[in-house]
Design a protein around this ligand. Structure first.
Ligand code: AMP
Ligand code: ZN
Ligand code: FE
Ligand code: FE
Length: 287
């Protein structure tokens, strides 16, 4: 319809149930205030925020796509796999998420133990920054360092003490990207590789490795994300066209924990429809 406002969908956000700073309901209200029609909640390795977000969505007038961002690892690189509309009760996926969350906790404890040798910080400081059910990550350690006045903000913590080169870092257990794709598909969900083109920055998979994941069921690529390089977008854009992949755009909003703003990148309505068509694990809320 000429003149109609385009549908605005942001398909990658984090609440305080992982490492964002807004409660799920607050995130939904923030999405409405940002003029979004649809928002996906994609907390790291958990679906625990879905119920609160779903309860808030109708009144806010926002459609909710329940999702998650699964941690995976390949050759020392951390690869994030978005999973949309999975069945949250799927036993293989929920067992793996539980395993990752436990490993995250142990890993965070040992990073904090190393930091404690040089700084006034302890595990209680980190727990004070997280909800009981939160998926613990370096952001919570960062917040504890900020609360102790050791660094000015989260981003400063990431570029200094929490950077792998600083000597306090420890890698995270995670399944392979191939297992991630299979687990999400196995739970009736739609796997989309998050920020896939960060080459030269945080490292990513090669073109060939991504092609291999497409053969195994990877449905799409989050090409419109602030951390993707221009070169990477171009190369993977060609792959997306050649293999008819779903292409998404998102903010990766973390509340006040990161500069990313809701709706700074959005996903075309047709691409969102393709995600919904391929999913059979759960339904969009407010569809
Ligand atoms: P981890 O998964 O524990 O290694 O921590 C990495 C996570 O921290 C990623 O998901 C980032 O999105 C998140 N994060 C949150 N806030 C920031 C920030 N200000 N700078 C860098 N990463 C951040
Ligand atoms: Zn995060
Ligand atoms: Fe990510
Ligand atoms: Fe994310």
């Amino acid at each position: 319809m000429p003149g109609a406002t385009p549908h605005r969908a942001d398909l990658h956000t984090h609440s305080a149930v992982s490492d964002g700073t807004d409660a799920p309901a607050g995130l939904i209200r923030a999405a409405a205030a940002a003029g979004l029609d649809t928002v996906a909640l994609t907390d790291h390795d958990t679906t625990a925020g879905w119920a609160e977000a779903a309860a808030a969505a109708p009144e806010a007038g926002v459609r909710l796509v329940p999702g998650l961002e699964l941690s995976t690892r390949s050759g020392g690189r951390s690869i994030h796999m978005l999973g949309y509309l999975v069945d949250p009760g799927d036993s293989a996926l929920s067992a793996e998420m539980e395993r990752i969350r436990l490993a995250r906790r142990t890993r965070a404890e040992s990073i904090v133990a190393r930091l404690a040798a040089d700084y006034e910080i302890g595990w209680q400081d980190v727990l004070a920054q997280a909800r009981e059910e939160s998926t613990i990550g370096r952001p919570h350690i960062a917040d504890a360092l900020v609360a102790r006045g050791i660094v000015p903000d989260r981003s400063a913590a990431f570029s200094t003490l929490l950077h792998p080169a600083a000597g306090y870092y420890e890698p995270l257990y995670a399944p392979t990207p191939l297992d991630g794709v299979r687990l999400i598909r196995g739970a009736g969900g739609v796997p989309v590789m998050a920020h896939p083109a960060t080459w030269g920055r945080t490292g990513s998979l090669s073109f060939e490795e991504i092609e291999h994941l497409v053969d195994a069921g990877l449905a799409g690529l989050e090409l419109h994300h602030r951390e993707n390089t221009a070169e990477g977008r171009e190369v993977l854009g060609a792959l997306a066209r050649a293999r008819d992949l779903i292409v998404t755009g998102s903010s990766d909003y973390h509340g006040s924990g990161k500069p990313n703003r809701l709706g700074e990148n959005t996903t075309d309505e047709r691409m969102l429809e393709r995600i919904v068509e391929q999913a059979h694990g759960t339904e969009v809320v407010g569809a």
